[in-house]
Each structure stands twice: as structure tokens, then as C-alpha cells.
Design a protein around this ligand. Structure first.
Ligand code: ZN
Length: 359
């Protein structure tokens, strides 16, 4: 999470420092356009993609990922629609996963481009569609009492931080107020035909319930979503709704499978810039987590540690609340992975706090 990659120079950015200004696009492969939308977080942007397409005899575009629901994002989309679509309609909306920056405006986009003759459909994994539908209609999952109690169990003691988590009861719904009520299901191994090219769906786990990356062998392009990012490591967190989850091994297995793709694949990530060096980046991320495992083991060998005790060990800088909740989830993920491998044990709770130690 927002952990700067010290080996970024091993990657190659074919567009250098060029970024498409908000409301415009930049072609990154034939029929593939890159656009960026602002985000209200420390991570201040998301990349979205426009793929030239033809469906049912109609020329148009497939959108991949949407941006959060906000007037700013809607205005930027309106600018794109006016200037960047060559006068053609949007035919469908593909979403890599259920996080607010990816699925937020799916409802608005699908409605905007549905005509009496043709529905503009959302395409997403069933797991993420269901998770998004639920999260947009409930008050928990990303905040509220359950999340605060879960962080307290893992040692977060700052009453102000806990109060803020407790108060953040409609966090997800504020950015994803609605999710389309009908969708088309994406599954691992499925092939989409977009603009005359096959795009293969590759399921990935550990970051979202069932993340879908899209690979086009003919274009040599991978839309990696949040599974492989060039500059920061992907957030892999345990959250309160699945308190015993062990997502980190799932994530590492998922990215290891992407090694089967050609080394010169152009990777289109959701954050950062398009890059080549997929195999190097997978090796870097694997090494990054091996080093964090070693840090956690060394700390727990000294004395038992809760997840909150590990924050200064894992994140050597000041974190705001949004970052603290991500960091807690990641610390718990590392603890669970090591406990799952028998390299740590959970101790009986003391003062209501769960701590881990060497076995
Ligand atoms: Zn995400």
C-alpha cells in the first residue's frame, strides 16, 4: 500500500512522464486509450481504459473501470464523451473489481449509454458484483462498529482513530451509491471479443473478492487492474467481514501465474503509468512481501506483537486514518500468512488484544 518501489528503475515506461490530462485520452496500443480520473485519497488518481469495439453490428467503445461517484468524475466523463469517442457510443462497461474507484460510476455510465434499442451492460465477476451490491446497501464492511471492534481486537488503541472508523458508516455507499441491478458475469478463462481481438479474463485473489485482469495476446497488452502496479504494492488486507481470511498467499499465487504471460507485455495498471517489465515487477513484489515477512518474524521473536504494534515496523512513516485502516489490514494479512505457515502462533487474548509470537 502506497509503498514506494525502490527498484522502479528496472521497469520501462514507454510514454515517459506523459500523462493524459483529465478529460482527455492517450492512445497506448491500437484501439486502446488511457484516461485518468482524480481520486479523493492520498492515492490521487485512477487509470481507466477505452477499448474500440463493435457489438451487434454497432461500432463503439468498451469502458474498463469507472472512477468514484462524484461531480468531478462525471464532468470529466462528459468531456471524454464529447471529445474522445469519435462520435461513437459506449457499448458496455467492464469492471475489474468492486472497489469504489473501479465500480463507483458503473451505474451512471450504464444508464447514460442505455438506449431503448440496446442496454449498455456491466460486465464483472459474480463475486464482486454481489459484494458491491451488498456494500452499497449496508453500513458495514468499510467502517462502523464491526470494523472499529476488529481494529481494537488487533491492538488499535487510539480512541480518536476508533471513533472515526466507527463514524465512517457509509464510506463505501458514499462513493458507490448504486450498482446496476443486472450484469454479465466474467469468469476466469473466459474470452471477450473486443474490437476484433480476443481478451482473456484472468481471475486474481487477495486484493478483491474475485478480481479480473484482461490479457490480449494479439496486442501484447495486459489490463492488470490493481493486481500488478508499478510504483506501489497492491493492498492485501484482512477486513472485519472475513476476520480469519488469509489473502496474502492467494495474492502471491495469483501474480505468480501472470509469469506465464510474455516478458514484453505492455501492462496497463489502475494506478501509475503503463509499463513493461511484468516479470521483474512480479519478482519485486514477491521479494517485497518476503522482506515484510522477515520484519514481522524478527519483531515477534523479540516479544509478542499485535497488528497495531507492527505498524511502525512495516510502515516507517506517518499514516492518516485512511492509510491506517489499510495498514492495519495489511499487518493482519502478514500475521495470518505466517500463522498459516506455522511460523507464528496467535496467543490467548489479553486485555482484549490479539497478539502473535514465535511458536
Ligand atoms: Zn482495488
Amino acid at each position: 500500500m502506497l509503498m514506494a518501489n525502490p527498484q522502479e528503475s528496472a521497469l520501462h515506461y514507454p510514454h515517459g512522464d506523459t500523462l493524459p490530462p483529465t478529460g482527455t485520452t492517450l492512445q497506448v496500443a491500437p484501439g486502446v486509450r488511457w484516461l485518468r480520473m482524480p481520486l479523493p485519497f492520498a492515492l490521487d488518481h485512477i487509470n481507466l481504459w477505452l477499448l474500440r469495439d463493435r457489438q451487434d453490428g454497432i461500432d463503439g467503445w468498451t469502458i474498463v473501470d469507472c472512477g468514484v461517484t462524484s461531480d468531478t468524475t462525471r464532468a470529466a466523463w462528459d468531456q471524454i464523451f464529447a471529445n474522445e469517442l469519435d462520435g461513437l457510443p459506449v457499448l458496455r462497461v467492464v469492471v475489474t473489481h468492486m472497489h469504489p474507484d473501479h465500480i463507483g460510476l458503473a451505474h451512471w455510465l450504464c444508464e447514460r449509454w442505455t438506449t431503448p434499442a440496446r442496454e449498455c451492460r456491466l460486465w464483472v465477476s459474480a463475486t464482486d458484483w454481489n459484494a458491491a451490491r451488498m456494500a452499497s446497501q449496508t453500513t458495514t464492511g468499510f467502517g462502523g462498529d464491526n470494523a472499529a471492534n476488529f481494529f481494537a481486537l488487533h491492538g488499535l488503541a487510539d480512541p480518536e482513530a476508533l471513533d472515526k472508523v466507527r463514524a465512517r458508516s457509509n464510506y463505501y455507499a458514499s462513493m458507490v451509491p448504486q450498482v446496476p441491478g443486472r450484469y454479465r458475469r466474467l469468469m476466469d478463462g473466459m474470452t471477450l471479443h473486443i474490437g476484433g481481438h480476443p481478451w482473456h479474463c484472468i481471475a486474481g485473489y487477495g486484493h478483491a473478492p474475485e478480481h479480473m485482469a484482461l490479457h490480449c495476446p494479439e496486442l501484447g497488452v495486459l489490463i492488470s487492474g490493481d493486481m500488478v502496479l508499478p510504483r506501489i504494492s497492491t493492498n492485501v488486507s484482512v477486513i472485519d467481514i472475513e476476520p480469519e481470511a488469509d489473502p496474502l498467499p492467494l495474492y502471491l499465487q495469483s501474480i505468480a501465474q501472470l509469469r506465464a504471460l510474455p516478458a514484453d507485455t505492455l501492462v496497463l495498471p489502475s494506478h501509475g503509468k503503463p509499463f513493461t517489465g511484468l516479470h521483474e515487477r512480479i519478482a519485486q513484489l514477491t521479494q517485497h512481501h518476503d522482506e515484510r515477512y522477515a520484519d514481522v518474524l524478527a519483531a515477534c521473536a523479540q516479544r509478542p506483537h499485535s497488528a497495531a504494534d507492527l505498524l511502525p515496523v512495516l510502515f516507517k512513516r506517518k499514516l492518516d486514518l485512511h492509510q491506517t485502516t489499510f495498514a492495519m489490514g495489511e499487518a493482519i494479512a502478514h500475521l495470518h500468512a505466517l500463522a498459516g505457515q506455522g511460523r507464528l502462533v496467535a496467543l490467548p487474548e489479553e486485555d482484549g488484544v490479539l497478539r502473535f509470537a514465535a511458536p
